[in-house]
Design a protein around this ligand. Structure first.
Ligand code: 5AD
Ligand code: SF4
Length: 440
């Protein structure tokens, strides 16, 4: 039996898909890259912006053809769009046999059985079930043998007025320290070197179980075999001095942080209910720069939130100029049903959003060109993740930049020192120096 899975959305969704693959492989299914060969086709959906919604329906239109040759084939939809739309989705796309969300991925084996018996297996729950921890009993199937995502929180306790996540993934549930440590140890035994802790708001891990995210960083760092630690996504409000100190004290934590600012205007930040001002945000950045030598930043920005004026937008540009992010993920504001911002007065016309977005991208391009240039001639530490074309090694620096160099396959999964020869916006050509000491 074969399965095909198509994933949209954020890293959390991709990690959910890795777990779904683990469940399917435990059941004896094998992954195929061509949906036409599959007995089960799953779409793991996202609903954060309008575009991913529309894509799902066009994919379903195509995938239904699988049933012409293989009438027993099962088509499933999971993830955030499934949670948000519920039965409405099945009415709109009758071809769907199975539906579940991130709340009940662990129920997939039973849902498949029901679908095979000819029933529609639709399990969209109002709230996460009590046994959702069962999910962690399944392995994940990962493409990258050396870097692994580990989900540590599900859901989100914030109420950003533009965001569907609290609706689609529920309130925050921190995974227990024991469960996380058990998985990290298993991954290390499997050859993983870099652990990437994941959560909608990872910096709030522990708040619902009387613990603090910094403790998790120290504990994961204790595990022998873990060489690098990263985490996403941090929330500026929860990123406190304790976390910043932990990042600076733990050598294994990489010098890069993704810290979504969303907007630079205090009026817009308030309307978004982000819980910080532009000054607060810049203060966190200052603190990070002070404690963590050489730290780099990336961020998310929303352009054209309701009532955003030219002056408001310029405040966002000002943050970009002041922080000098290495990467900016920018999105045009997309009104999502059932969110407070959906019905706010003063929705910004699309042509203005587009114009502002173009200017933002232009500015970021010049900032990034400068940053890229500043890497040339420097020495960086790279974890080698892949080997291509018979002699090319590719990996990431601690500051999260892609680097390539000539070298041999034995260096896969090793941490090496390189000198940067040529640096482009999103990649760098390097020369291998010596294999770093003690880290491998
Ligand atoms: N419209 C546009 N962008 C959004 N994001 C979240 N909700 C919306 C929305 N309604 C962006 C935010 C978030 C990223 C994952 O997606 O910038 O950090
Ligand atoms: Fe999309 Fe948000 Fe769901 Fe991730 S959590 S898949 S970004 S809606």
């Amino acid at each position: 039996m074969k399965y095909y899975i198509k994933t949209f959305g954020c890293q959390m969704n991709f990690n959910d898909s890795e777990r779904i693959k683990g469940i399917l492989q435990t059941l004896g299914y094998e992954e195929v890259q061509n949906w036409k060969e599959a007995d089960i086709i799953l779409i793991n959906t996202c609903t954060i912006r309008e575009k991913p919604d529309q894509k799902v329906f066009s994919h379903l239109g195509e995938y239904k053809k699988v049933k012409e040759e293989n009438p027993k084939a099962i088509i499933g939809v999971c993830g955030c769009l499934a949670q948000r739309m519920g039965f409405e989705l099945v009415q709109k796309a009758q071809v769907v046999d199975i539906m579940f969300s991130s709340f009940n991925i662990h129920q997939l084996p039973e849902l498949i059985q029901q679908a095979q018996a000819g029933y529609k297996a639709i399990a969209i729950l109002e709230n996460p079930p009590e046994d959702e921890e069962k999910l962690w009993n399944y392995p994940t199937v990962r493409e990258n043998p050396y870097c692994a995502y580990v989900t540590v929180t599900k859901g989100c306790d914030k109420n950003c007025t533009y965001c569907v996540v609290p609706k689609t993934r529920g309130r925050q549930r921190s995974r227990s320290m024991e469960s996380i440590i058990r998985e990290v140890k298993r991954l290390v035994e499997d050859g993983v070197k870099e652990i990437h802790l994941l959560g909608q708001n990872v910096t709030a891990w522990g708040q619902d179980i009387g613990r603090h995210f910094s403790e998790l960083l120290y504990e994961v760092a204790q595990i022998e075999g873990v060489k690098r630690i990263r985490f996403t996504t941090g929330h500026p409000k929860d990123l406190d001095e304790k976390i910043v100190k932990a990042i600076s004290q733990i050598d294994k934590v990489c010098q890069h942080i993704h810290l979504p600012v969303q907007a630079g205007s205090n009026r817009i930040l308030k309307l978004m209910d982000r819980g910080y001002t532009k000054e607060d945000y810049l203060e966190k950045i200052r603190m990070l720069k002070e404690y963590v030598k050489g730290i780099t930043f990336s961020t998310d920005v929303i352009v054209g939130f309701p009532t955003e004026t030219e002056e408001d937008f310029e405040e966002t540009l000002d943050v970009l100029k002041k922080v000098r992010f290495e990467q900016v993920f920018s999105f045009k504001y997309s009104p999502r049903p059932d969110t407070p911002a959906y019905s706010m007065e003063g929705q910004v016309p699309d042509d203005i959003k587009t114009e502002r977005m173009t200017r933002l991208l232009e500015l970021q391009k010049t900032i990034l060109a400068d940053i890229a240039k500043s890497y040339e001639g420097t020495v960086q530490e790279v974890l080698i993740e892949s080997f291509e074309d018979g002699n090319k090694l590719i990996g990431r620096t601690r500051t999260n930049r892609w680097a390539s160099m000539n070298g041999s396959e034995e260096l896969l999964g090793k941490i090496v020192k390189v000198k940067v020869i040529k640096s482009y916006p999103f990649s760098m050509e390097c020369d291998l120096l010596v294999e770093s000491q003690g880290g491998n």
